[in-house]
Write a protein that binds this ligand. Sequence first.
Ligand code: SF4
Length: 460
Amino acid sequence: MSAALPARPPSAPFTSTRNACKLCEPLGASLAYRGIAGCIPLIHGSQGCSTYIRRYCISHFREPLDVASSNFAETAAIFGGRDNLFTALDNVSRSYKPRAIGISSTCLSETIGENVPMYLKQYLRERADTAPALFYASTPSYRGTHMDGFHEALFAAVSSLTGSDSAPAEEEPGRRINLISSLVSTEDLRELHRILSSFGAPYTLLPDYSETMDGVSWETYQKLGPGGTEIEDIRKMRGAAGTLYLGHPPGSDAGRWLEERHAVPLRHGELPIGIENNDSFFAALADLAGKETPELWIKERGRLIDAYIDGHKYLNGKRALIYGEEDFVCALASFLDEVGVVPVIAATGASGGSFKERVRGALRNTRQPVEIAGDADFVEMLEMARFLKPDFVMGHSKGLFLSRELGIPLVRCGFPIHDRIGGQRILHLGYRGTLNLFDLLCNSLLAAKQDQHDRGYTYL
Ligand code: SF4
């Protein structure tokens, strides 16, 4: 349990965000849409929003990401963007031939009060025979973060494809498992596939941008490459034995929809980082599949414990500043707590939700004061860190300036990693992902210590 903090000098009052620790809502929605096979994201707003999203994601994934736009100019901003949206839908349908178009609103289209659901009904009435599936997520960035957009998009796809009628789902052999994941790396998604396949039950993993955002090299450019969760597999989610949702969506919840409309039992879990979270994750999968956890993963668990024993002396008692998306920070807090690190600052740019309670619950061994901050920006984190003196910062690459200011190492993980190659391929999940993070952390601290040593050393 965390103890009360000693008095800290108050920060100067400040109302605006300074160096945000969150991203724009349609960015998260676009990423989730690219995790659906044959789906192209479309931003209802200005060209700049889609350009920013493309540029931002390409720097992390090193992969092209097409994001269409309804391309608002002055006229649309004043009189509404219905015609722009229809033109965009026509153009995207003609040039990409997508199976679905995932639409997200923007700050501008929300501010002028665009009724996109009504527009889409009109569009589908006019082009009933030719239109692909259309999903719509309301994603004004002044209301939430990229994670709100991400979960909204998943909800839009699942609710649209599974429908709201309670007719029984098509029978299929085996107990289908629905696994819905919060934002993770492409290597994490591949690991989730490996884990799910090992249980031998049919499953739907949603979203799945492991190929679309981290595919192979092509001989010729393809507008909509392979990969993504098949639309048919999303439809089948309504007949599954249960849904495991990795993460806690603060708003719209696709798992809740499946439970309320289609009686598919839902359980939420933390991202499987650390032994405790992984044990719960594998137990939930075993329960849903009606099978024991395969021996392969029991061995990986044993290897992880062995690594903890080998490396604990380099971590025990260290103090960390961790930041990023709520779900990711909660899972990191649990992992660090079990390897003897005190996350003295756990921060996210998201506000509301159950972040503080979840981090507190994850700190089962920590006895020292901990600052858990929602709605935090990087300047606020720096102010806290000057007082709480962490030994390292752990999170995405936007924390570089914290590490520089504080003179401590940055352990890069999560999203985005803009200043290194391979950020999209960092494995965080599962026993193997935890082992990877553990090695990364130990070696980052050892390297920092070695660099400061007068003569260096070559033997531990
Ligand atoms: S204007 Fe809003 S929706 Fe567009 S990029 Fe900026 S934050 Fe995102």
